[in-house]
Design a protein around this ligand. Structure first.
Ligand code: GDP
Ligand code: GDP
Length: 454
C-alpha cells in the first residue's frame, strides 16, 4: 500500500518516506555533446534533467536520485557543469576527475558516430588512474548500422562497450543492468549496528542526577530484566519499556555504580562517557540546572557532537531553579551552548518527576533528525537557490562555486559539497544554518564536507 501511495505522490515523496540508507553514486562523464544529459534523462525516465540544445549552458540541477529494477542510486550529470576558459581537453579531464571522486561507478559516454577523440583519450587516462569501476556507453547507436562502430571502442581497454541510443532508448536497459552490476554490493554502511531497540546513553558530569534519572525512568515503568535465552545482552545495558517501546540504555553500570576515584577521575569519567557514546545512537546530556554550566558540561556536549550522535539536553534539578537562577541559566546557555542551538532542551526534575514524560519525545525527535536524508535533486535545487541569493564572497578575484552536493550518509547527516574552490568556514556555517532552517535536523549534528578541484 505504501508503494501505491508513493507512486501516486511521485518519486520524491517516495524517497522521503522510504527507509533511509546511503545511495551509491553513478557519475556520467564524457566530453560535451556525446549525449550525457540525454542519457541522464533516459535513466530518470525523462522526468527531471533538462537537455539544452546550446552546448555549455549551465543547468540548474546536476544530481538526481534514480531507480532501476528496485535499486536506487544517485546520478550525477557532469554535462550540467559550467564550462570555463580552459582548453576543452583539460577541462573535461578535470571534471571527470571531480566526478570520479564522488562516484562509486563511472558511466563513461563516448559518441560512437564520431569515434574516439583526443579528449576522450584524456578521460580514459583519468579513469585508469582512478581505479573505479567504469561502464562504457557507446552512445548514438540509433540503429544497427552503428553497432560495428561501437565495437571498435573495445580498443579503449575499458571492457565491453555498451551500444545505446540515449535519444531513442535502444540498449538503455542493458546499459543500466551493467551499471547495477558494477554498483557496490550493499549500500555503504554508515553505522555498525542496526535494528533492535534504540540505544540511549545518559551522560553528564558527576552528581547532576544521572542515576536518579535512570531510576526514575526504570522505576516507574516496567523494567525488562531478562533477555530471552540465547540472546547476548550486555549486562551493563538496561532495557526499559517506555511509551510502548523498548529502549536500550547503554553502559548503565557506570551510572549505577558510584565509583569514587580521586586521581584521574576526570580522565576515567571521560573514557566511560566515550565508551557509552560509542555504543549509543542518541545521548541525553544531563546538566544540573541549579549550578552554573561548567566547562565539564560543555566538554561532554562536544564529545557527543564529535561522536556524531544525536543530542538531547536535560536540565535537571528544575525543582531548585528559581526566577533568578533561571535568568542566569538562559544567559549561560546563550554563552556556553551557542554551538548546539539545534539540541532539544527539556527541563526536568528526576526527584519530583517533573516533565520526565517529555524526555522521550525529545529523544525521538532527535533520532528522526539524525536519520533524515534529503533527496539529491531537491538538495541541489535548494543549494542552487541559496547560492544564487547569497553567493560566496569573491576572494583574490576568485569565487568558489558549488558544482553539486550529495548527502551520502545519515546518522548523522553528512553532506559533500563538490566545489572548484575553498568555501570559507563562515560560508559553510551559513549553509548549515539554511539547511537546518529548511529541513530541521533537530537534535542532530550535521557534517558538511568539501571536495575541492581547482
Ligand atoms: P552532453 O553535452 O554530453 O550532455 O550532450 P547532450 O545530452 O546535451 O546531447 C548533445 C546532442 O546529442 C543533443 O542534440 C542530443 O539530442 C543528441 N543526442 C544525444 N543522444 C543521442 C542519441 O542517442 N542519438 C542521436 N542521434 N543523438 C543524440
Ligand atoms: P549522578 O552522579 O549524575 O548519577 O547523580 P545522582 O543521581 O547520584 O544525584 C546526585 C545528587 O543529586 C543526589 O543527592 C540526588 O538525590 C540529587 N538529585 C538528583 N536529581 C535531582 C533533582 O531533580 N532535584 C534535586 N533537588 N536533587 C536531585
Amino acid at each position: 500500500a505504501l508503494d501505491e501511495v508513493a507512486h501516486a505522490l511521485g518519486d520524491e515523496a517516495y524517497q522521503e518516506a522510504a527507509p533511509v540508507e546511503p545511495l551509491p553514486v553513478v557519475a556520467v562523464v564524457g566530453r560535451p555533446n556525446v549525449g550525457k544529459s540525454t542519457l541522464v534523462n533516459r535513466i530518470l525516465g525523462r522526468r527531471e534533467a533538462v537537455v539544452e540544445e546550446v552546448p555549455g549552458v549551465t543547468r540548474d540541477r546536476v544530481a538526481y536520485d534514480a531507480v532501476w529494477r528496485g535499486r536506487r542510486f544517485t546520478v550525477v550529470d557532469t554535462g550540467g557543469w559550467e564550462q570555463d576558459a580552459r582548453g576543452i581537453q583539460a577541462q573535461v579531464a578535470a571534471q571527470a576527475e571531480l566526478a570520479i571522486e564522488a562516484a562509486d561507478v563511472v558511466l563513461f559516454v563516448v559518441d560512437a558516430t564520431v569515434g574516439v577523440t583526443d579528449t576522450d583519450e584524456g578521460v580514459v587516462r583519468v579513469l585508469r588512474r582512478a581505479g573505479k569501476p567504469v561502464v562504457l556507453a557507446a552512445n548514438k547507436v540509433d540503429d544497427q548500422r552503428w553497432e560495428a562502430e561501437a565495437a571498435t571502442l573495445w580498443s579503449l581497454g575499458l571492457g565491453e562497450p555498451h551500444p545505446v541510443s540515449a535519444l531513442h532508448g535502444r540498449g538503455s536497459g542493458d546499459l543500466l543492468d551493467a551499471v547495477l552490476e558494477a554498483l557496490p554490493e550493499a549500500p555503504r554502511e554508515t553505522y555498525g549496528v542496526t535494528g533492535g531497540p534504540r540505544r540511549v546513553a545518559i551522560v553528564g558530569r558527576p552528581n547532576v542526577g544521572k542515576s536518579s534519572l535512570l531510576n526514575k525512568l526504570a522505576g516507574e515503568e516496567r523494567v525488562v530484566v531478562h533477555a530471552e535465552a540465547g540472546t547476548t545482552r550486555d549486562p551493563v545495558d538496561e532495557l526499559i519499556e517506555l511509551g510502548g517501546k523498548t529502549w536500550r540504555f547503554v553502559d548503565t553500570a557506570g551510572i549505577r555504580r558510584r565509583v569514587h576515584l580521586t586521581q584521574g577521575a576526570d580522565y576515567y569519567a571521560s573514557l566511560r562517557t566515550q565508551a557509552a557514546l560509542d555504543k549509543a545512537e542518541v545521548a541525553i546530556v544531563v546538566i544540573d540546572a541549579s549550578q552554573p554550566i561548567s566547562e565539564q558540561d560543555t566538554r561532554i556536549i562536544s564529545m557527543v557532537v564529535r561522536s556524531g550522535r544525536a543530542l538531547v539536553i536535560a536540565y535537571n534539578k528544575w525543582d531548585l531553579v528559581d526566577e533568578e537562577r533561571r535568568r542566569y541559566l538562559d544567559r549561560e546557555i546563550e554563552r556556553e551552548l551557542v554551538r548546539v542551538p539545534w539540541a532539544p532542551r527539556v527541563n526536568i526534575s528526576a526527584r519530583t518527576g517533573r516533565h520526565i514524560e517529555k524526555l522521550l519525545p525529545a529523544v525521538e525527535k532527535a533520532l528522526a533528525g539524525w536519520g533524515t536524508r534529503i533527496p539529491t535533486a531537491k538538495l541541489n535545487q535548494f543549494i542552487n537557490e541559496i547560492v544564487a541569493a547569497h553567493p560566496h564572497p569573491v576572494r583574490g578575484g576568485k569565487q568558489p562555486r558549488i558544482l553539486f552536493a550529495t548527502q551520502p550518509a545519515t546518522r548523522p547527516p553528512r553532506f559533500i559539497l563538490f566545489t572548484n574552490g575553498f568555501l570559507e568556514e563562515s560560508y559553510r556555517r551559513f549553509l548549515e544554518r539554511k539547511l537546518r532552517e529548511r529541513y530541521g535536523f533537530e537534535g542532530s549534528p550535521i557534517e558538511l564536507n568539501m571536495r575541492i578541484k581547482q
